[in-house]
Design a protein around this ligand. Structure first.
Ligand SMILES: NC(=O)c1ccc[n+]([C@@H]2O[C@H](COP(=O)([O-])OP(=O)(O)OC[C@H]3O[C@@H](n4cnc5c(N)ncnc54)[C@H](OP(=O)(O)O)[C@@H]3O)[C@@H](O)[C@H]2O)c1
Length: 270
């Protein structure tokens, strides 16, 4: 399947466009010439970004939608098709993380996280399949996580939601290729966004905080991967090596991760 090099006249839906990685990708895709549909719950933030994109000569549509709600996704996809008549690129960046121990998590919170982080992605893919199949081409970018390949203490449910996105993406990459639809799965490690609020940062080891990269670098890496038709990309790319180490030396990886992360959790045994 060919990579995506030419965005002119393409229509891209970007979920999570009100903040962080989604906002960065929507900006970058619009700057390359695509018409973008900006999806998230906070419409006022989407309006600000849409105004910025239009001010720079681009085309943007605001579509408020809670991706945890299948009927809202159906309505949002219909709005995009009514307005633009096609859908070529789907970027699934909406999602959230909450650090905390599994024993202390409310099961309702866990279900909500799975609904947003996994079913939000799966249902948007479903909504995009019709218009993509009609044209015989399409590009889907699913934002998983480093925690979607390597389990992490204090992030059990989040990791589970992201492993689900990884499994969906790897499977669909094969299943949809014969239909002309390319699936790229993205594994961000640490990108500076609002996801890392005070409470989250307080539960992270000091040394990992030096690994943050900026949203612009993340977007450049993802769009380069899309351009060359990659099926997966870890950002920053050097962290890809960690999976190899995990595969070859799982015990060492488990001990090392536990040694770095567990000592800073005061509530581990309470
Ligand atoms: N930053 C990182 O280092 C990192 C690392 C690994 C994975 N990720 C993943 O990257 C994605 C984006 O995260 P971020 O870092 O950009 O965080 P962020 O700045 O907090 O942005 C999260 C985005 O998701 C949207 N969102 C959350 N719940 C939603 C819902 N129910 N319906 C619709 N939109 C929803 C938010 O919009 P509204 O609140 O306006 O709805 C916002 O636009 C997430 O899936 C996250 O798990 C990020």
């Amino acid at each position: 399947m060919a990579g995506l090099r030419d965005f002119d006249d393409r229509v891209a839906v970007v979920t999570g466009a009100s903040s962080g990685l989604g906002r960065g990708l929507a900006r970058a895709i619009a700057a390359r010439g695509a018409k973008v549909a900006l999806v998230a719950r906070r419409a006022e933030r989407l309006e600000e970004l849409a105004a910025e994109i239009r001010g720079a000569g681009g085309t943007a549509l605001v579509v408020a939608c809670d991706v945890g709600s299948p009927p809202e996704i159906e309505r949002a996809a219909a709005t995009v098709l009514d307005e633009y008549g096609r859908l070529d690129v789907l970027v699934n960046a909406a999602g959230y993380a909450r650090h905390g121990l599994f024993k202390d998590q409310d099961p309702a919170d866990a279900e909500r996280m799975m609904r947003v982080n996994y079913f939000g992605v799966a249902n948007w893919v479903r909504a995009a399949l019709g218009p993509m199949r009609e044209r015989g081409e399409g590009w889907i970018v699913n934002v998983s996580s480093f925690a979607g390949r390597l389990g992490q203490p204090d992030e059990a449910t989040y990791a589970a939601t992201k492993f689900a996105v990884t499994g969906l993406s790897e499977s669909l990459a094969m299943e949809l290729e014969p239909l002309g639809i390319h699936v790229l799965c993205v594994y961000p490690v640490l990108v500076r966004t609002e996801m890392f609020d005070e409470a989250t940062l307080a539960r992270m080891p000091e040394r990992t905080k030096n690994s943050f990269i900026e949203v612009e670098e993340f977007c450049d890496t993802v769009l380069a991967a899309l351009e060359r038709g990659a099926y997966e990309v870890t950002v920053p790319r050097r962290f890809g090596l960690v999976y190899l180490i995990r595969l070859l030396f799982p015990g060492m990886m488990r001990r090392q991760t536990a040694a770095i992360r567990l000592p800073i959790l005061p509530d581990l045994r309470s």
